[in-house]
Write a protein that binds this ligand. Structure first.
Ligand SMILES: Nc1ncnc2c1ncn2[C@@H]1O[C@H](COP(=O)(O)OP(=O)(O)OP(=O)(O)O)[C@@H](O)[C@H]1O
Ligand SMILES: [Mg+2]
Length: 166
């Protein structure tokens, strides 16, 4: 990704959008050529709403999603656009954050989570979904193990998932 730009302080026009993506373009600089993976994508995600990005295979849905968390491949360059996320009522320019800084790490798995495609390669047989929920609660909500376990169980009951007793 290119050099970070500015943090957005201007609240005006943010409305109830929790995420605003404007004119996002991402290229991959490959050995022989430049691949235009995402071209001029614009959308707003509003509080309490579900938004689906729909497009043919290779149209850039996953690269768009990964760019929200700054986990795109090193060969990727964001050539245009802005990604602005409402974080505790404050708009944050995601592209301006350091790739591995504490700000983006606080957002990853806390404010924004990604469930990766291909469950066979993305999910780990040794880390249960419950363990991953507990890890997120401990990291992002500073819960102790017992409290996180209780919250995990409450979540799973709400979603009607059964958890393994341990
Ligand atoms: N790490 C990478 N290096 C080079 N090119 C990539 C990389 N990741 C994705 N691409 C290319 O970027 C384009 C967009 O890929 P992306 O994975 O976002 O598509 P998608 O819309 O999620 O497709 P699908 O519906 O198959 O999941 C494709 O041409 C893909 O080959
Ligand atoms: Mg995809």
């Amino acid at each position: 990704m290119t050099t970070p730009q500015t943090i957005v302080h201007d609240h005006e026009g943010f409305g109830d959008a929790v995420l605003q993506v404007k004119n996002l373009s991402i290229d991959f600089h490959l050995r022989q050529h430049i691949l235009h993976a995402v071209r001029d994508v614009t959308f707003d995600l509003h509080r309490g709403k579900t938004l689906a990005l729909v497009g043919e295979s290779g149209s850039g849905k996953s690269v768009t999603a990964r760019s929200l968390l700054k986990i795109v491949d090193r060969a990727a360059r964001m050539t245009s656009g802005t990604i602005v996320l409402d974080t505790d009522g404050k708009p944050v320019d995601i592209h301006a954050l350091a790739d591995e800084g504490k700000e983006i790490r606080a957002i990853r798995g806390g404010r924004v989570s990604l469930i990766f495609q291909e469950p066979m390669s993305s999910l780990s047989p040794v880390h249960t979904i419950g363990d991953q929920i507990i890890e997120a609660l401990r990291l992002h909500r500073n819960m102790k193990q017992a409290e996180a376990r209780a919250e995990r169980s409450a979540c799973c009951r709400r979603w009607k998932y059964r958890t393994r007793k341990r």
